[in-house]
Design a binder for this molecule. Structure first.
Ligand SMILES: CC(C)(COP(=O)(O)OP(=O)(O)OC[C@H]1O[C@@H](n2cnc3c(N)ncnc32)[C@H](O)[C@@H]1OP(=O)(O)O)[C@@H](O)C(=O)NCCC(=O)NCCS
Length: 278
């Protein structure tokens, strides 16, 4: 089957949403992020079989210049007919054009189709992650508290975060976007105002949202006095009207996991990151 690939322009957004809904059921977010996607480097691609839109996929260049592959969906009746392959070919063309040194994606640890497709293009699993969440309505009555926290300046960001690299298996996570903990991403994070430190207690917190800030405040790292960091995260969530606190981290971090469990967070399914260096 021959497919045509074009950028997903606003007049086809409703068709893209139809495909997302058919592939993902209630787990949809394209309507919320489409405008934001248009501001990023990397194409939101639509695949057409004749006149019918049958698949979508986005490539986004992250702060470190690597490519993040996201929002890949194929209409169920069109799955296993090469649509996903066509989108990956487009990803690879962009990687070439934009000279991206690395491409990465995440998927459910049990998502065999998605992992199988990624493997066809050389991506391999790097780590397994677990996402914990807590509705802000379920937070105990103790007060939110921001005492002592200040944003970390861009030029200090990598030095502040690099001691935690191993414990977090080399990534910080926000909205299920898995950022490698390197100079470029740490600087980008600080420039976006999402890296905080309380020098006195030695507490470091990554908190914020890449998108859908009303839906969740994402904790990408929580070290030092964790209770103090969590109190500050609660304050940020309240200020932003975020409905949930979310923390997604490499499973090799048992002390963070125990802390979240003690504070009422519950775990979702495991997720895996796959990547290829070019
Ligand atoms: C994952 C997904 C995008 C794959 O798209 P697709 O168009 O069906 O994939 P293709 O037809 O191009 O398949 C290419 C290769 O991927 C692998 N693959 C795809 N579906 C598979 C399946 N159900 N089981 C095992 N391997 C599979 C195979 O290696 C396949 O090659 P083959 O058909 O020659 O064996 C599609 O299944 C989908 O939209 N799923 C729901 C949304 C989703 O899970 N998105 C992924 C990120 S969260």
């Amino acid at each position: 089957m021959e497919y045509t690939l074009r950028p997903l322009t606003p007049e086809y957004l409703s068709e893209g949403l139809r495909v997302e809904k058919a592939a993902m059921g209630d787990l949809c977010y394209l309507a919320d992020v489409y405008e934001y996607y248009l501001t990023t480097v990397g194409e939101m691609t639509a695949v057409f079989a004749g006149d019918r839109l049958v698949g979508i996929g986005k490539l986004t260049v992250l702060w470190d210049g690597s490519g993040w592959l996201e929002t890949l969906r194929v209409e169920p009746d069109w799955q296993r007919k090469g649509v996903g392959t066509a989108i990956y070919r487009r990803y690879m063309e962009q990687a070439e054009q934009l000279r991206l040194p690395r491409l990465a994606m995440y998927t459910g640890a049990a998502n065999i189709p998605s992992a199988g497709l990624a493997r066809c293009f050389g991506l391999e699993r790097t780590s397994i992650f677990r996402e914990y969440a807590l509705p802000t309505s379920a937070l105990p009555e103790t007060p939110a508290d921001g005492r002592g926290f200040a944003p970390v300046p861009e030029e200090e960001a990598f030095a502040v975060l690099s001691p935690y690299c191993q414990q977090y298996n080399g990534y910080f996570v926000m909205n299920r976007t898995y950022y490698r903990m390197n100079e470029g991403n740490c600087r980008g994070l600080a420039a976006a105002g999402r890296l905080w430190r309380d020098k006195e207690s030695g507490t470091v917190l990554i908190a914020g949202a890449r998108f859908q800030s009303d839906k969740g405040l994402h904790i990408g790292l929580l070290e030092g006095d964790r209770a103090h960091g969590l109190a500050f995260a609660r304050l940020l969530a309240a200020q932003r009207g975020a409905g949930r606190l979310v923390c997604n981290f490499a499973v090799e971090n048992p002390s963070l996991e125990a802390f979240l469990q003690q504070n009422g967070f519950t775990a979702g399914n495991d997720l895996m990151v796959m990547e290829v260096t070019r």
